[in-house]
Design a protein around this ligand. Structure first.
Ligand code: FES
Length: 167
């Protein structure tokens, strides 16, 4: 057996965690494909919700890549999160249409209400605040999403009512 290959063996502390087993399957699926690193990281983030350090190390070992290359990708693309995300992910669109209609004020209002900054998560793990590019709903600007829910024509005074739905 290839010693570098993660097979979810019983010695491993993660052996019983189905997420690591799924990760091993994903790596096997993409191992020999071009662009495997991005695809594996993408799926790993879906599995774990973010990219923990040990997951990045496993990916590096399994794909036979320097860890620095993996870190280079995960820190370059804002899509990848290196910190746990909250149950509800708020994303305020900062595309042009939303920006000119007050998206920055919206971000400030949410930061103030949740007492966090962009890319942070509330201490109770409920909300993560992010910003996004145009999501194609410019007619409703300014727009934000909470997981799959879309809210448009927003103003800072509407924030408390919307967030209350997720409390
Ligand atoms: S700019 Fe915000 S949805 Fe297009």
């Amino acid at each position: 057996m290839d010693e570098k290959k993660c097979t979810g063996c019983s010695d491993c502390q993660n052996a019983k965690d189905p997420r690591y087993q799924e990760l091993a399957q994903v790596i096997d699926e993409f191992r020999d494909m071009e662009g495997a690193l991005i695809m594996v990281l993408h799926r790993a983030q879906e599995i774990f919700g973010y990219l923990p350090e040990d997951v990045q190390k496993i990916v590096a070992v399994e794909l036979d890549l320097p860890l620095a290359e993996v870190y280079g990708v995960t820190t370059f693309y804002s899509y990848f999160s290196l910190k746990p995300r909250g149950k509800y992910r708020i994303a305020v669109c900062l595309g042009t249409a939303c920006y000119v209609r007050g998206a920055a004020e919206l971000v400030s209002a949410i930061e103030k209400q949740l007492n966090i900054k962009v890319n942070d998560t509330t201490s109770d793990g409920r909300f993560t605040l992010e910003v996004s590019r145009c999501i194609g709903a410019c007619g409703l600007a300014p727009v934000m999403t909470v997981n799959d829910d879309v809210y448009g024509r927003l103003s800072p005074d509407k924030v408390p009512e919307i967030l209350a739905k997720y409390q």
